[in-house]
Design a protein around this ligand. Structure first.
Ligand SMILES: *[C@@H]1O[C@H](CO)[C@@H](O)[C@H](O)[C@H]1NC(C)=O
Ligand SMILES: *[C@@H]1O[C@H](CO)[C@@H](O)[C@H](O)[C@H]1NC(C)=O
Ligand SMILES: *[C@@H]1O[C@H](CO)[C@@H](O)[C@H](O)[C@H]1NC(C)=O
Ligand SMILES: *[C@@H]1O[C@H](CO)[C@@H](O)[C@H](O)[C@H]1NC(C)=O
Length: 378
């Protein structure tokens, strides 16, 4: 009896200690929790309750002279005639950093190979790389800027302005692209902006866009859509945005910056919106959302555009995929595999279609998948 009582006391003591431990862990984590789960809950309900963000537009509007300082950096490398006199179907801007020479070479040899696209798909796609300036001194024969100029003489596809190429200057890079499109390639039917570590299935994309044009879709803006995404208020995050910079619980809907496509009309509207907005908010895809919000546009979600993460390697997925994020070393293999003639045949016939549908469900309907589960059924 006495022994049992002792055991009970010990048990209670353990319980108490465990509770204390859990509570202190929760308290320590509360800030993170608040920035994560609670933030998301707040932002999502906020978006669906408010569902109109015109006041954001009002508060971020600045005089044109003020806005000009985000765009009036001089060009260091430019190709004013890249689009001239050609029927450009798609202008594809790849956001790259000066030092990413290898990534640019891989893209030129795979999904960004203009001459391959022209001959295999019969449309003109122009690929250009958007760059900021390096930190190193500009002068000197062996400096990074000189190496860039040499690369550009060889390929003629670098567009560079004189602002520091950094993560927090990505919005300046987006504005540079919008200005370049407006002034140098306004007749392009579509405009895409993409990271230099993604894979774009150019044949699938061109096919999709041709179909969209046939249907006469104006104001097209597609990608992986984020709805009611909350600003990150944790200082440890790369995406930290202080309250003074953005004072609401959610961003307007926007597409993941990894890669999205807009029609020429949308690019032009976004350009005009950018002329009167405060572009201090350095997250470029969110800024695109703010520009679109200012002209009353909203994005369309496409299940086979990836936000983060790579596609599963499988021919039943290649057949539909548009973009996949996080490819550097495997770009060549993926390009070869995804564009192999066998891929189209994989899903033909009733048996092939059934097989591929089953494979897609197995690959895409799990929590860590790149594409949403609904992609398996589309
Ligand atoms: C691009 O494609 C063309 C035609 O298919 C090919 O001849 C050329 O070698 C490719 N370019 C690169 C850099 O691989
Ligand atoms: C952005 O570029 C400007 C112009 O080069 C530079 O002064 C500024 O420090 C850069 N900002 C960041 C956060 O890198
Ligand atoms: C633009 O936003 C930044 C950051 O919130 C702010 O410091 C700046 O004063 C704003 N500019 C104008 C002209 O309102
Ligand atoms: C956003 O602001 C601009 C300039 O103040 C205005 O012309 C435009 O109509 C506004 N857009 C919306 C959707 O309220």
């Amino acid at each position: 009896m006495f022994l049992n009582f002792r055991r009970l006391r010990r048990y209670q003591c353990m319980q108490l200690m465990t509770t204390c431990l859990v509570l202190s862990v929760v308290m320590v984590c509360w800030e993170q929790l608040d920035n994560g789960v609670v933030n998301h809950f707040k932002s999502t309900s906020y978006r669906y309750l408010v569902n109109s963000f015109s006041y954001i537009n009002r508060s971020l509007t600045v005089p044109r002279e003020e806005a000009r300082r985000f765009s009036d950096f001089p060009y260091l490398l430019d190709h004013p005639d890249k689009c001239a006199g050609q029927d450009v179907f798609l202008l594809l801007f790849v956001k790259s950093r000066p030092e990413n020479v290898g990534r640019r070479a891989a893209i030129r040899a795979t999904w960004g190979n203009e001459s391959y696209i022209q001959s295999a798909l019969g449309v003109t796609v122009k690929v250009a790389f958007a760059l900021g300036a390096t930190e190193a001194p500009r002068r000197g024969r062996s400096g990074p800027q000189e190496r860039l100029a040499a690369e550009d003489r060889l390929h003629g596809d670098l567009i560079q302005k004189d602002f520091l190429d950094s993560f927090h200057n990505l919005t300046l890079k987006l504005i540079m692209q919008l200005h370049w499109v407006h002034h140098r390639c306004r007749h392009a039917r579509f405009f895409m902006t993409a990271d230099d570590d993604i894979f774009v299935h150019t044949p699938n994309l061109v096919g999709y866009l041709q179909e969209a044009r046939r249907r006469g879709a104006a104001d097209l803006w597609i990608g992986r859509v984020y709805k009611g995404a909350p600003p990150i208020r944790s200082r440890d995050s790369k995406y930290f945005v202080p309250w003074e910079m953005y004072q609401w619980y959610a961003y307007p809907d926007y597409t993941a910056g990894a890669g999205y496509v807009v029609s020429g009309e949308v690019a032009d509207k976004a350009y005009h919106a950018s002329l009167t907005l405060n572009a201090s908010l350095y997250i470029d895809d969110v800024f695109m959302g703010l520009c679109a919000n200012a002209v009353g546009l909203s994005p369309q979600d496409h299940a086979f555009f990836s936000g983060d993460g790579r596609t599963p390697y499988h021919r039943c997925v290649y057949e539909r995929m548009m973009t996949s994020h996080g490819h550097v070393e495997d770009l060549q293999e993926l390009w070869a595999a995804a564009t192999h003639p066998q891929v189209r045949r994989a899903a033909s016939g009733p048996l092939g279609r059934l097989y591929c549908a089953a494979v897609r469900v197995a690959l895409l309907c799990r929590p860590s998948a790149t594409y949403p589960c609904k992609a398996a059924f589309s």
